[in-house]
Design a protein around this ligand. Structure first.
Ligand code: GLN
Length: 393
């Protein structure tokens, strides 16, 4: 930190570091490495959504949309939740469109947390939840899930609840573990929420990317609709991570609070891109989603076999597009040193495992690889990793 920064800047900014995921993207560029660190596709977005965005811009949908989301996108969302999940949503009172799921999570936390309120976060967790807690002055309580299954134990979850607990944060399909929580596991979460009158914040950004099981929005479980804030977005589903269009479905009173926070943070998500997302939701059929999953399944196999051949220990994710891999057989370095050397020597970038844990030592032998990349990118990465593994062995 520059001299004086400790007094010139707010303490809240001192307690979290720069995003390691984004830092590793810069490291990848520096070494001309294949970037399997940050989860963004290196392949094209669907033509239909790109054309819809261009048309929206040319039709001069270039001014602010309604702060909580354009009417057409909210209407399309109502249709989506109805047709995919049989989940009724009031488009006027229960929807907020945000600048990505990232803003959705932050706005939600700012809207429901009073300083000192506790939130339960399953660990390993997506790195943003830490800073989200700090910004909203929540006290995070971490529930470690144990590899290789990362199963969710209801009793251990319940044991973390105190009189200060406000909410449980659930991400399914999960980044970074690849878990798709089962109905039984989610039912356990629902039981704890109902019993202790807690809110649930669910990050469902990977809802359409899973290989085993089914995606179950927690809000569709008994008694959960009125206490669940469902976060999602289009970055992953339509391969448009740079568009920054996220969504929140929440009961009206909570939506009111979220909309106020969202309005003063960002005013709104990009208007023409909201229009394009609405068009894509309306016009892309089930075959689009099915083909997407099949393509991801192939990518998963390609990365997995490269990792296995190189000597990493890992299991195949059930959903999302990451593999959390143990490199103990390749090196005794810590995760940060290993990830940096891997980027430099193998020219494959990954994310150090400690970024996903409250206690860095728990991620010491792990790195995360993203496989939202073209098959040829993943095959080339596999060759590089295998050659690196052979040198290490
Ligand atoms: N969700 C993606 C990941 O985990 C991208 C993170 C980001 O940079 N916003 O890699």
């Amino acid at each position: 930190m520059a001299e004086g920064a400790a007094t010139r800047t707010a303490r809240r900014t001192h307690s979290f570091t720069e995003s390691v995921i984004r830092e590793m993207t810069r490291v990848a560029r520096q070494h001309d490495a294949i970037n399997l660190a940050q989860g963004f596709p290196d392949f094209e977005a669907p033509l239909l959504i790109k054309e819809a965005a261009c048309e929206a811009i040319m039709a001069d949908i270039n001014q602010y949309a309604i702060t909580w989301g354009s009417a057409s996108l909210r209407e399309a969302l109502v249709g989506k939740y109805e047709s995919w999940y049989d989940m009724p949503v009031d488009g006027d009172r229960e929807v907020t469109v945000t600048c990505g799921a990232t803003e959705a999570m932050a706005a939600t936390m700012l809207a429901i947390i009073d300083p000192g309120d506790e939130v339960i976060i399953l660990e390993p967790f997506y790195e943003n939840y830490g800073p989200d807690s700090i910004l909203s002055q929540a006290v995070p309580k971490f529930l470690p899930l144990e590899p290789p299954d990362y199963a969710l134990d209801t009793d251990r979850l319940a044991s973390l609840v105190s009189s200060r607990t406000k909410a449980i944060v659930i991400n399914t399909p999960n980044n970074p573990t690849g878990r798709v929580f089962t109905r039984a596991e989610l039912k356990g979460v629902a039981d704890v929420c109902r019993k202790h009158d807690l809110l649930a914040i669910t990050d469902e950004i990977y809802e359409h990317i899973f290989y085993e099981g089914e995606h179950i929005p927690l809000a569709t479980l008994d008694g959960m609709r009125e206490r669940t804030i469902t976060v999602s977005g289009f970055s992953k589903t339509f391969s448009v991570t740079g568009w920054r269009v996220g969504t929140i479905i929440a009961p009206p009173d909570i939506t009111d609070a979220i909309r106020k926070v969202h309005d003063f943070l960002t005013v709104g998500a990009p208007a023409p891109l909201q229009e394009a997302c609405a068009t894509a939701m309306r016009d892309l059929g089930r075959d689009y989603y099915e083909a997407g999953v099949e393509a991801y399944r192939e990518r998963r196999e390609a990365l997995y076999s490269g990792l296995e051949a190189a000597g990493f220990q890992c299991s195949k994710p059930e959903g999302a597009y990451y593999v959390l891999a143990d490199f103990s057989e390749l090196s005794t370095e810590d995760d940060v040193a290993f990830a940096h050397r891997l980027a430099k020597e193998a020219r494959v970038a990954s994310v150090p495992g400690s970024s996903f844990f409250s206690e860095p030592s728990r991620g010491r032998n792990l790195v995360r690889f993203a496989f939202c990349k073209r098959l040829e990118t993943l095959i080339e990465a596999g060759h590089r990793l295998e050659a690196f593994g052979a040198r290490a062995g």
